[in-house]
Unconditional design. Structure first.
Length: 254
């Protein structure tokens, strides 16, 4: 299978200060830039360590993402300490997926500024958020847990991780969402998100509300190929959708 190789540029601003009573304070500043190979095929395994192994343990990481509207790339600086704390917490505690939804996360607030959110159109905002999440690199699942928002922004993630990021951003705007888990006869599992609103296309009926499907896995190199809210990938036709452990029915609004 032919894989299209992409690159992700990581800039690290390294600043380390050590102070202790009776000891000197040492300070070291250094800028480190590296290009790290990624693969955008969901068939390829890319370990998170390939992204972070070159990074210093203190400082800021600048993550670069394609803008969902085709404008200038989005650069998001993430404090390495925040990332390491999030990762350590993920390894120590098994959170439910609902608990991982963080609408008030400070990096989501920063992303909203860069995405110029909110606008006056909530449906447009939801689509812009979905477009951004699809620009986050897909990394095949090799962890036994769902990642936090910070981990996904730094490392990329699988379908579950993208779903949590999307739900966190949608919920910040008050957009109602549900997490949809898909099972197929081959025991394969996929996860996505569905959003309530004035949309058209494919939806799931849950508790009397129409939630329109929003596929969070896209092509990070081509925003033009982004899935729209209400578009249902043909690969999921054989899958059975569940919300909160309950099978849901689907429909379509033309």
């Amino acid at each position: 299978m032919s894989l299209r190789k992409t690159t992700l540029t990581t800039c690290v601003l390294f600043s380390l200060g050590i102070s202790q009573s009776g000891c000197q304070t040492a300070s070291l500043e250094r800028k480190f830039q590296t290009t790290i190979p990624l693969y955008d095929s969901v068939k390829e395994l890319v370990e998170p360590e390939v992204i972070v192994k070159e990074l210093f343990k203190e400082g800021n990481m600048a993550r670069m993402f394609k803008h969902p509207c085709g404008e200038n790339d989005i650069v998001l600086e993430v404090d390495v300490v925040d990332y390491l704390k999030a990762r350590a917490l993920s390894l120590a505690v098994r959170f439910s997926e609902e608990d991982l939804i963080e609408p008030d996360n400070k990096y989501i607030r920063r992303l909203f500024e860069k995405l110029e959110l909110p606008t006056k159109d909530l449906e447009e905002d939801a689509q812009r958020i979905l477009g951004f999440v699809q620009m986050v690199p897909y990394v095949k699942d090799i962890t036994p847990y769902t990642k936090t928002v910070v981990e996904t922004l730094v490392e990329g993630g699988d379908c579950e991780d993208h779903t949590i990021l999307a739900a966190s951003m949608m919920n910040r705007l008050g957009i109602e969402t549900v997490l949809v888990t898909f099972f197929d006869p081959k025991r394969e599992v996929h996860q996505g998100i569905a959003v309530a609103g004035n949309f058209k296309g494919d939806y799931f009926d849950h508790s009397g509300t129409k939630y329109f499907y929003a596929e969070t896995i896209g092509n990070p190199e081509r925003y033009e190929d982004s899935w729209q809210i209400g578009e249902y990938p043909s690969e999921l036709v054989t899958y059975i959708p569940f919300v909160n452990g309950t099978k849901v029915t689907s429909g379509r609004v033309e």
